[in-house]
Design a protein around this ligand. Sequence first.
Ligand SMILES: O=c1ccn([C@@H]2O[C@H](COP(=O)(O)O)[C@@H](O)[C@H]2O)c(=O)[nH]1
Length: 231
Amino acid sequence: MSDSKIIVALDFTEADQAKRLVDRLDPSLCKLKIGKELFTAAGPALIEHFTNKHYDVFLDLKFHDIPNTVSKACQAAANLGVWMLNVHASGGLPMMQAAREGVDKANISVAPLLIAVTVLTSMDEATLHSLGVSRDLPAQVLALATLTKQAGLHGVVCSAQEASMLKSALGKDFCLVTPGIRPHNSDKDDQTRIVTPAEALNLGAHYLVIGRPITQARDPVVALNTILNEI
Ligand SMILES: O=c1ccn([C@@H]2O[C@H](COP(=O)(O)O)[C@@H](O)[C@H]2O)c(=O)[nH]1
């Protein structure tokens, strides 16, 4: 397992695109994230391909379903040998407890980290309110993260904007995984709650999830190394 704090989000349509990029990377410099797009296209074989190359893989499928289904899905995901997997905290306490039980039943030597998404980093306060949530956005993140800790999960996905609040409330060992990372002068794309890589770590993020600023850069390896030199 590498101690890199950067998780490169491999949001590609085909396995070969991801493999071409990863062939130029090094597992000591970054971890990898496989999300819905790539997993749907390439499946478990791609996870095995990268774990055989000694990469830590975060399987970002954000399970959100009835407890029994999420439990079985988490067990199956853990059996793939991933380093981290996740569910949506808004699935509720019984669903998250079932997720943890599913991971505990997996037939593996090292259990993955199990975390829960609080409020997507693409969302702002107005979008949250449009869903009928009356709390302000940081309060909603804190409530969902508190529920996640109560369910016995290892941490949450949140914006680094909420990292220092969560660190104070839930302790330094509660894992904070932060997408919405944007180096200075890079495009926001569809992200709303963005933070630069160095600032995210200063605020208490444990891991930085970075996709397009690396994968869509003219030279992704240069982009990754530039970020690594800045943090
Ligand atoms: O709240 C969330 C949860 C997950 N993501 C995922 O992270 C990456 C971010 O990619 P960028 O290209 O750096 O925006 C992407 O795979 C999302 O599915 C997130 O952005 N926010």
